[in-house]
Design a protein around this ligand. Sequence first.
Ligand SMILES: Nc1ncnc2c1ncn2[C@@H]1O[C@H](COP(=O)(O)OP(=O)(O)OP(=O)(O)O)[C@@H](O)[C@H]1O
Ligand SMILES: [Mg+2]
Length: 290
Amino acid sequence: MTAMVSVRGVHRTYGSGRTAVHALRDVSFDVAPGELVALVGRSGSGKTTLLNVVGGLDRPDEGTVLVDGTEVTALDDGGLVRLRRDVLAFVFQTFGLVPVLSAAENVGVPLRLRATPVAERERRVELLLRLVGLADHADQRPEEMSGGQQQRVAIAAAVANAPRVLLADEPTGELDETTSGQVFEAIRHVNRELGTTTLIVTHDPSVAEHVRRTVQIRDGRTSTEVLRRSTVDEHGREQLVAEEFAVLDKVGRLQLPREFVEALELRDRVRLGLEPDHVSVWPDATEEDR
Ligand SMILES: Nc1ncnc2c1ncn2[C@@H]1O[C@H](COP(=O)(O)OP(=O)(O)OP(=O)(O)O)[C@@H](O)[C@H]1O
Ligand SMILES: [Mg+2]
């Protein structure tokens, strides 16, 4: 299947010379149509830079980004404006709602800009508010809503014109646990019901643990990935299985997850074994003799 988002060999450096910051160093990954992926990583690891490069808010120094088949990295300013109007939507930590408008009116703004007929607009606004769990709050203004409710209005507005891709940078960053759970649930609903391919940057483990795929960024590179799937055990109970993957770079380098390294006290040198269908890694048993 063709990827909805395809990032290939992206580098982004801020500044130059001795003060240069290599925010992204050779990042590659794909997001399939309809997928919901969490991007996690420490502060300063390059998550926002990556999201901005994917969304055409920032240009990489090297590498390419394709979104729905369009090469974002080759677009001129006009092309970027069209991309952000027709294909992509953003949600940020701050909600960006119009204070004097109700929830329904805020969600309707992008539809008005498209001159969507009134009846269709009203239907669409109602559907979107229902999707984010705010059907009963249509007439409230932002100041009459909680932070989580405002963020859910912002999500509904972002997907009003049915973008193919939703990019969310710490959408639950300012919110407490319960509220961020509701915001995340709204994003999940939108992803599932509208099929919007979604990339969500988060620090929040309760978000990262509830998506099928989590990509970890470390020092400007994608390092490990966790894929989760549910299986049914012999007693018919559903179980969530998490599998950890590491990214293999062009020359075959691999970063082991820190928990793996610590669990077996791996350091300096490890012993490798090539098996018919896998590679084994052991602590270096000769170490004590050295
Ligand atoms: N406009 C800029 N000019 C110079 N350096 C920048 C700029 N934007 C980001 N950086 C640097 O690039 C690196 C990656 O920043 P980025 O904002 O992508 O990190 P992040 O993973 O989003 O962090 P956080 O979790 O704190 O939001 C950091 O070292 C940051 O200081
Ligand atoms: Mg950031």
